[in-house]
Design a protein around this ligand. Structure first.
Ligand code: WT7
Length: 633
């Protein structure tokens, strides 16, 4: 059965059907898969506990739906194409049959090293095919993977290991990233000094740099698979068993482990992949994300492979060794669908058209955007210069918690409107609410974005703390999933995402919690208190601006500022490093002691013409000082 939506009429019909008969709608799509035991009910749910069960009581293994299901037709088709960091090194191509063999071998290697169904495995790896193999091998044996972006610091890695009590880490000796070589194994060694649950570390040789291998704990990848059979009996899993945990930042405290379960995630990533990108059998698809983020999980690995697609993985960065690298790769592999982030577009826009003119880009059929609102200027630049005005541009709105794309044009099927994520996929029921939770009907309305009905890849829980999941997503507005985003439905009925309405900053498409950055800053012995806000940044979308109160007897401000930046980088990672740090003698506070972030945001945005009412402040005089300190008089 082909579940690709083929026309605007088909979209409308399917959309209506998905609302009036959601169980039939999803049940029919799920028929495409191979189930060890069929479901007793497509959906059981309530948003109060919350509890969502999709394809209830069924049994399956996700990897059987990539391999056993597809091998008779796809054995010799390329599954993964890999482009290394250095364009002069050899690329790699793996067929479905070869990927299956590699997955089985590595699955056996993990089992031989003590991993059983339900155990948590951390993947802290570069963008190499082995990262995908590791994820699939976990799914094969029922282990729960948690991929940690390899740019995170040792303490961020340790926090994640401790939170999910992981038993194994999969990593590499070092990573290549543009002109840099990053000593990843050393970061893992440092992290493991703060953890107690890791029994084994499997290390892929990538850069060849010397590393410490701890006897009894650390094993080379090549040794681990050396004697393993290329056959592996898949573990039979329940639909609602955990497939993976992925940590993401929220508005409070530590990052939370978003939990996705097997069957619903499988169905939704497959369905959304084929429909949004309109993938056709001979296409080459490329998503530039890292597997450390949800985009990499859903639209480099799981969605494309479940659809039998050829998915390209790129190890490097867009500007190495030259700013035409993306375009060079598109021509080299004749990429048909290209999916990237607005921040990458804006960063490349700076180099002008010259780096593009060397390439034809004529294989492209669809271009996509994800991670943050795409501004109109970047939308047009991307559409005209990369899509040559002929490729539909899919601006895909979704979240780690949604597992898959929720609101987006379907390429060439539903209309394109610059900077608009536009319409929900069939099966997705968005609602716009005001602050009190009243639904805002009709067009030309603006409010908070909620979803009123479950979709198969909805977050199931936050690992180890179900109440946090309930509080964060299901308590703000009763009976609805709250996204944390603001949205506008325009006069034509298209949705435009306006950005976060909570204390989350989106830096280059990566989510950072203000509290998380503040906690890191507060680790500095001379910092008394801090406040972090986002401000508009021409390339990153938003940048991080930190205010800190320090002990009086301290160093010059410039020194404190650079120490604070370095500290955040060390505690969280380079992506969290504040763009600006301003040392202040106090922070604007209300009489109840709450920091008035509104003022701090205005100053950070260099927009102090209308600061609003500051008369309720406990310390109104501080505002003048802060404005002065920011050089804004
Ligand atoms: C937040 C989710 C989803 C994969 C990457 C980010 C923002 C994401 C868009 C878009 C406007 C977007 C939202 C969302 N966002 N895509 N097309 N237009 N905003 O995943 O780290 O979980 O972040 O990214 O604010 O809530 P994430």
């Amino acid at each position: 059965m082909n579940h690709k939506i083929s026309s605007l009429f088909d979209y409308t019909t399917k959309y209506e059907n998905s609302i009036s008969n959601p169980e039939d709608f999803w049940g029919e799509i799920a028929e495409d898969f191979h189930w060890r035991k069929p479901w007793s009910k497509v959906l059981d749910w309530n948003f109060e506990e919350p509890k969502m069960e999709w394809f209830k009581d069924s049994k399956l293994n996700l990897t059987e739906n990539i391999f056993e299901r597809l091998l008779s037709t796809h054995a010799d088709k390329t599954a993964i194409l890999w482009e290394p960091n250095d364009p002069n090194s050899d690329s790699v191509s793996l067929t479905y049959a070869e990927l299956f063999e590699a997955t089985c071998k590595f699955a056996n290697a993990m089992r031989a090293n003590g991993i059983e169904k339900g155990d948590r495995v951390i993947i802290y790896m570069p963008m190499v095919p082995e990262a995908a193999i590791a994820m699939l091998a976990c799914a094969r044996i029922g282990a729960v993977h948690s991929v940690v972006f390899a740019g995170f610091s040792s303490s961020a890695l340790a926090d994640r290991i401790n939170d999910c009590q992981a038993k194994m880490v999969l990593t590499s000796d070092g990573n290549f990233r543009g002109s840099k070589q990053i000593p990843v194994k050393a970061v893992v060694d440092e992290a493991l000094e703060k953890t107690t649950t890791i029994e084994k570390v499997i290390v892929l040789k990538r850069t060849g740099e010397p590393v410490n291998m701890k006897t009894g704990r650390d094993i080379w990848w090549s040794d681990a698979i050396a004697d393993q059979s290329s056959e592996n009996e898949a573990e039979v899993m329940d639909a609602e068993d955990i497939l993976f945990i992925l940590y993401t930042s929220g508005s409070t405290g530590q990052p939370k482990g978003v939990v996705h379960s097997i069957a619903g995630y499988m169905v939704y990533t497959y369905y959304s992949f084929i429909n949004v990108f309109q993938y056709e059998e001979s296409d080459v698809y490329w998503c530039t994300a890292d597997v450390g983020w949800i985009t990499g999980h859903s639209y480099i690995v799981y969605g494309p492979l479940l659809a039998g697609a050829t998915t390209l993985m790129f190890e490097g960065v867009p500007t190495y060794p030259h700013p035409g690298r993306f375009w060079e790769i598109i021509d080299k592999y004749k990429v048909n669908q290209f999916y990237t982030a607005p921040t990458a577009i804006r960063a490349l826009q700076v180099y002008g058209l010259e780096p593009i003119e060397k390439y034809t880009l004529d294989s492209l059929k669809v271009i996509g955007s994800v991670g943050e609102p795409i501004n109109e200027e970047a939308w047009h630049w991307y559409h005209e210069n990369i899509g040559k005005g002929r490729c539909p541009l899919v601006d895909t709105w979704w979240q780690t918690e949604t597992g898959g794309i929720m609101i987006s044009p379907l390429a060439g099927i539903t209309p394109n409107k610059p900077a608009h994520a536009s319409l929900p996929l069939p099966g997705v029921q968005p609602v716009i609410v005001d602050a009190e939770g009243n639904e805002l009907l009709g067009n030309n309305v603006e409010g908070n974005l909620c979803i009123r009905f479950p979709w198969p890849s909805i977050i199931r829980t936050t690992y180890g703390d179900h109440n946090r999941c309930k509080e964060t997503y299901f308590s703000t507005y009763k009976g609805m999933y709250f996204t944390g985003d603001g949205v506008k439905r325009d006069h034509d009925g298209y949705l435009r995402i306006l950005g976060r309405v909570d204390d989350v900053i989106n830096v280059s498409g990566h989510r950072m919690g203000t509290a998380e950055v503040e906690n890191a800053i507060n680790e500095h012995p001379e910092v008394v208190e801090s406040a972090v806000v986002g401000f508009p940044h021409p390339i990153k979308g938003q940048g991080i601006y930190a205010y800190a109160i320090c002990n009086s007897s301290t160093k010059p401000n410039a020194e404190m500022e650079s120490e604070i930046k370095a500290l955040v980088r060390k505690i969280i990672g380079p992506i969290a490093k504040p763009e600006h740090v301003q040392i202040v003698s106090d922070l604007p506070k209300t009489r109840s002691g709450k920091i008035m972030r509104r003022i701090l945001r205005k100053v950070a945005s260099k927009d102090v013409s209308s600061l609003g009412d500051t008369s309720t402040l406990l310390n109104p005089e501080i505002v003048e000082e802060i404005i002065k300190g920011a050089g804004l008089e």
